[in-house]
Each structure stands twice: as structure tokens, then as C-alpha cells.
Design a protein around this ligand. Structure first.
Ligand SMILES: Cc1cc2nc3c(=O)[nH]c(=O)nc-3n(C[C@H](O)[C@H](O)[C@H](O)COP(=O)(O)O)c2cc1C
Length: 224
């Protein structure tokens, strides 16, 4: 793996190192990503599962220095332009929102996510990082890149090898460039072995348990 900074956030359970080490940087190494490497990432995406095997994902890609790269860059929000200009590759991801018989494909965005998941994992295996962006001028991108009405633009993605100098970032973003600060919900907040429970309910039952624990501790202390 080239130029990889390892982001070793502790996980509660043991997971694949490439999942644990991945993060979304805003600086990248100068090492270019070749078309062959990019094709390898797309190949990983190509084998993702999709509803009815519809494969609704579509990708526009450009290598730094090319006209397509500049055209994708022009479709980014101002904030994303402030850092993504250093990325060796820029993508636009889109999905076909209808089926061949004109019905809404309710799972198209889901399937594009699976595609990107495969791309992300394959990239991490090669020491390449992805930073996905929702901050895109969707209408402009759709028009500029000639997508018909039945398509939606979903994201732009900056791609490059891990590494690079934080000084290339606007000052306020330099501090955020710290993979050690990555945080996640605890599993109890999003997994339910039964009915769904609202976060507030979870909190109030946790408070009840805490207060119950306190009462028990008090009783034990009173016995001493
Ligand atoms: C669909 C999607 C849209 C995102 N949009 C942006 C964006 O517009 N700008 C940005 O700087 N980061 C963006 N991010 C990056 C997230 O903020 C980042 O993935 C999240 O904070 C978790 O950090 P990690 O990927 O380093 O674990 C986006 C990520 C995803 C998956």
C-alpha cells in the first residue's frame, strides 16, 4: 500500500482492518491514480448486488488535468471546491430512477450505495481513499453531462492515495483532518432485536436504569 495513513479507531468488535482503517480525507498524496487503478475500482463496483440485477448506477469520471475533471469540479459546491481541487480523480455518481417499464425503482439509490461500498473497500485495499460529496449542483451536473430525465445525480467523489499535506487545506479544515476523531452511534441506537425504539425512549430507559443502579448502590452503601 502506498502512502497510507492508518486511522486506527477502536472498534467494539473485531472487524476487517480495511474497514476500520478507512476514512474520508480532504487531502491526497500527489501520486496519481491511473486509469487501470480506477478501472479496478469500477470493476469492484460492477459486481455489487442490485435489486432485480438492474445495476442502476452510472459514473462520470475525470483524471486531474483533463477537461472532464474540470467540468465535474465546476459542479461542486463552493465548500467542496475549497478542498477537492487537490484530488487526483473526481467522479459524479448517478442512478437511473425508473425501471425499464417506467415504474419508480425504489431501490436505485440503495443499489448505487452498494456499488460505492464495493468501490470504497477495493480502494482501501489498494491504499486509495474516497471522499464522497453531497455538496453538488445537481441540476447543473445533470444538464452539463447530458443525463436524461429518468436519472438523478447522487454525489461527487474525490479519489486519491492517502497522504498529502494538510497545509493545502483552508485553515478551518486542517483540524478536521484527523481520523482519530471519527465517531459513530453505538449499536443500541440503530439495531433492534424487536420493535424499533426512538432515541428519546432509549435515553429515558437508560436514565431509569442509571437511577435504579444509583438506588441499589445507595442501599449497599447504607448496609456498610
Ligand atoms: C453521501 C455522502 C455525502 C457526503 N457529503 C460530503 C460533502 O459534501 N462534503 C464533505 O466534506 N464531506 C461529505 N461527506 C463525508 C462525510 O462527512 C464522512 O463520510 C463522515 O463524516 C464520516 O467520516 P469518515 O468517512 O471519515 O468515517 C459525505 C459522505 C457521504 C457518504
Amino acid at each position: 500500500m502506498k502512502n497510507t495513513i492508518i486511522a486506527e479507531k477502536e472498534t467494539k468488535y473485531k472487524i476487517l482492518p480495511i474497514l476500520k482503517e478507512r476514512y474520508s480525507p480532504r487531502v491526497f498524496s500527489d501520486t496519481p491514480v491511473s486509469e487501470l487503478e480506477l478501472r479496478t475500482l469500477f470493476e469492484a463496483g460492477r459486481w455489487a448486488p442490485s435489486s432485480y440485477n438492474r445495476q442502476p448506477w452510472r459514473i462520470i469520471w475525470g483524471l486531474k488535468g483533463s477537461k472532464t475533471y474540470d467540468r465535474i469540479f465546476e459542479c461542486l459546491s463552493e465548500f467542496n471546491q475549497s478542498w477537492a481541487k487537490n484530488a487526483p480523480v473526481l467522479l459524479l455518481s448517478a442512478f437511473k430512477k425508473v425501471t425499464d417499464d417506467g415504474q419508480e425503482n425504489f431501490h436505485a439509490l440503495h443499489d448505487l450505495g452498494l456499488f460505492m461500498g464495493n468501490v470504497t473497500v477495493q480502494a482501501q485495499h489498494l491504499g486509495i481513499a474516497l471522499h464522497q460529496m453531497a455538496g453538488v449542483l445537481y441540476d447543473k451536473a445533470k444538464k452539463d453531462f447530458n443525463f436524461p430525465d429518468e436519472y438523478h445525480i447522487a454525489t461527487s467523489v474525490a479519489i486519491g492515495y492517502y497522504g498529502g499535506d494538510k497545509k493545502n487545506l483552508p485553515i478551518d479544515l486542517r483540524e478536521e483532518e484527523n481520523p482519530e476523531n471519527r465517531t459513530r452511534l453505538v449499536q443500541q441506537e440503530f439495531t433492534f432485536n424487536g420493535n424499533y425504539i426512538q432515541k428519546e425512549e432509549l435515553k429515558s430507559s437508560k436514565d431509569k436504569i442509571d437511577s435504579h443502579k444509583k438506588q441499589i448502590m445507595k442501599k449497599i452503601n447504607d448496609l456498610d
